[in-house]
Design a protein around this ligand. Structure first.
Ligand SMILES: NC(=O)C1=CN([C@@H]2O[C@H](COP(=O)(O)OP(=O)(O)OC[C@H]3O[C@@H](n4cnc5c(N)ncnc54)[C@H](O)[C@@H]3O)[C@@H](O)[C@H]2O)C=CC1
Ligand SMILES: O=C([O-])CC(=O)C(=O)O
Length: 269
């Protein structure tokens, strides 16, 4: 079996789960080549504590070590992670996919050098059916997200509008717009809407309502797709990970995607 050498960019809620799983050797056809972190000393201490032997390297050195990088860092770092790998004709699995929208040049870079940007299903569901429906004609894609208010704190849109999440005592619609507008206003909260838009009819025709909802403990996403092949009604309730903004299932989605890379049998599109 071919072995894909994996680099992990960011050792937060997603990156730590991935590093432990890949280094544990339970994903056939993958090995942990290296990691990059904001705080090198902290990363080294965590890796030592976990008994993981991977080196901590600068993002620019990823291509020398790895075939595929998993981007699981803050959205602002996407350029530094993708550019070296894509220029080297390699693959990047991008979790902060909202940050791709204002950077079409990264997609051009992949095209020019034969690299690939992979957007996993992440915290969502149903992207297999949405991509299939997109081979026909999709009429509309609508998403409604409900999150505990603390899972939205810090979003630039809330800061700009002066909306205080601590003051929310009942379900409140705080945003209604396109996936592109949502990605700008909530870069760490609604990557799922962007993944959905990229699978379907794009960020300007995919709409999203965001509710700050103190009655929920999970990050809840409901999707309605109408197309000439099927009508889809999808819903997921994500249990937050160590990071309240990020569902636990996100890291598992990446692991499932990595498992498919070199598997003899591959299920799902
Ligand atoms: N596509 C999807 O379905 C989902 C995407 N996400 C996105 O995935 C990304 C990662 O999420 P989490 O792991 O929950 O975030 P996190 O905040 O727990 O971890 C991010 C890590 O990146 C590190 N970091 C910061 N600057 C760095 C740099 N220059 N180089 C390397 N590492 C750096 C931070 O120190 C932190 O440890 C976020 O952008 C999040 O919005 C999260 C959930 C679902
Ligand atoms: O899309 C995101 O960035 C995170 C999210 O909604 C979730 O984990 O449920």
């Amino acid at each position: 079996m071919t072995t894909t050498r994996i680099a992990i960019a960011g050792l937060g809620a997603i990156g730590r789960t991935l590093a432990a799983k890949i280094a544990g050797g339970t994903i056939p056809g993958t090995s942990l080549a290296c990691v990059a972190a904001r705080d090198e000393a902290k990363a080294k201490a965590w890796l030592a504590e976990q008994g993981i032997a991977a080196p901590v390297v600068p993002l620019a050195d990823f291509p020398a070590h790895a075939d595929l990088a998993v981007e699981c860092a803050p959205a602002a770092v996407i350029e530094e992670i993708c550019t070296p790998m894509l220029t080297a004709g390699k693959k990047v699995m991008v979790l902060s996919c909202g940050a791709l929208l204002p950077r079409p040049h990264l997609m051009e870079l992949a095209k020019t050098h034969g690299g690939q940007i992979i957007v996993p299903t992440g915290a969502l569901l149903g992207l297999d059916a949405v991509t299939a429906a997109a081979e026909g004609t999709i009429h509309s894609v609508r998403m409604i997200t409900r999150k505990p208010p603390k899972g939205l704190v810090g979003a630039p849109y809330l800061v700009e509008k002066g909306l205080d999440m601590d003051a929310v005592t009942e379900p409140t619609l705080i945003f209604s717009g396109t996936a592109r507008e949502a990605a700008k206003g909530f870069p760490a909260n609604v990557n799922v809407a962007v993944a959905l838009s990229l699978a379907g009819i794009g960020p300007d025709r995919t709409t999203i309502d965001i509710w700050a909802d103190p009655t929920v403990t999970r990050n809840c996403h409901a999707i309605e797709v109408d197309s000439d092949s099927a009508k889809l009604s999808l819903a997921i309730e994500n249990i937050p990970s160590d990071n309240p903004k990020t569902g636990r299932i996100t890291a598992l989605s990446v692991i499932a995607a990595l498992r498919k890379l070199n598997a003899p049998v591959r299920v799902g599109t």
